[in-house]
Design a protein around this ligand. Structure first.
Ligand code: ADP
Ligand code: MG
Length: 257
């Protein structure tokens, strides 16, 4: 199983949308996909109609030693399963102070599910938290959706610093890739930000930026009516996925200092 963390320490940059669309495109290629909602806000889960209260089985249970097989649920989309967010995830931060080893809980759960899926996509929270650290410790690739707006570069920089920290502690480099999102080719800001993204050391930038597309605005319809998926946005995700797959065996870049 390949494990991709979809992460950025900024909200609203297209993490959840990217997780949903890449999952759909991977499933269309015949892959078995597991989506893991690591954001206590649970937008990915809500898109599939799963509410965090009352708590379903889900991500929190993985931190109590439950297996992915016992908490993953069907999504209505063939070949995509979901580990849903639970409100109790918010309490994990407190527990991590007293319970060593919690940083690898997700890693352990995914290792045990290795034969059940071809891909796991981890939809990360926008905060530097135990859940994000778990994702970075478990993944072999970090995909950073980055809005093509100068303000979004701070989130990217924070994310790259966190990645470097986790890489050092686990003694292994990640493949780090930027997926430019919310791209408006008519604006100079979008162009300039894209150029700037290409100057960051230790990351590669997807040459297929994801354009603004109103059809990508509604996560619930992406999740529940994938047959209606068409248009520039999803086509760009298909191209981006192709690029991600082609670079699948890329060696991790030299980590940035
Ligand atoms: P994050 O998970 O990083 O917080 P989301 O994926 O939830 O970000 O996206 C933030 C908002 O932007 C959502 O309302 C989403 O529907 C919208 N959105 C994301 N990508 C696009 C896009 N390419 N075009 C138009 N709207 C988008
Ligand atoms: Mg999100």
């Amino acid at each position: 199983m390949r494990i991709w963390a979809i992460a950025n320490q900024k909200g609203g940059v297209g993490k959840t949308t990217s997780a949903l669309c890449l999952a759909r495109c991977l499933a269309d290629l015949g892959h078995r996909v597991l989506l893991v909602d690591l954001d206590p806000h649970g937008s990915l889960s809500r898109a599939f109609g799963v509410a965090a209260e009352p708590p379903p089985k889900g991500t929190f249970d993985l931190f109590n030693g439950e297996s992915i097989a016992s908490v993953a649920r069907a999504t209505g989309q063939a070949d995509i399963q979901l580990v849903a967010a639970q409100a109790a995830m918010a309490t994990l931060e407190r527990r991590s102070a007293t319970q060593p080893g919690l940083g690898l809980a997700l890693h352990r759960a995914l290792v045990n599910a290795d034969a059940d899926y071809d891909f796991a996509l981890l939809d990360c929270p926008p905060t530097l938290s135990l859940l994000l650290v778990n994702a970075l410790a478990a993944c072999d690739r970090l995909v950073v959706p980055t809005q093509t707006d100068p303000l979004a570069l701070h989130g990217l920089e924070g994310m790259l610093r966190t990645a470097a920290m986790v890489e050092r502690s686990r003694g292994r480099a990640l493949v780090r890739q930027i997926l430019p999102t919310l791209y408006d080719r008519r604006t100079r800001t979008s162009h300039e930000t894209l150029e700037q993204l290409n100057t960051y050391p230790g990351v590669s930038v997807c040459p297929w930026p994801i354009p603004m597309d109103t059809r990508l605005r509604d996560a619930a319809s992406l999740a529940t009516q994938p047959r209606h998926l068409a248009g520039r946005g999803i086509n760009a995700y298909r191209d981006a996925l192709q690029w991600l797959l082609e670079t699948a065996d890329a060696r991790p870049q030299e980590a940035a200092a």
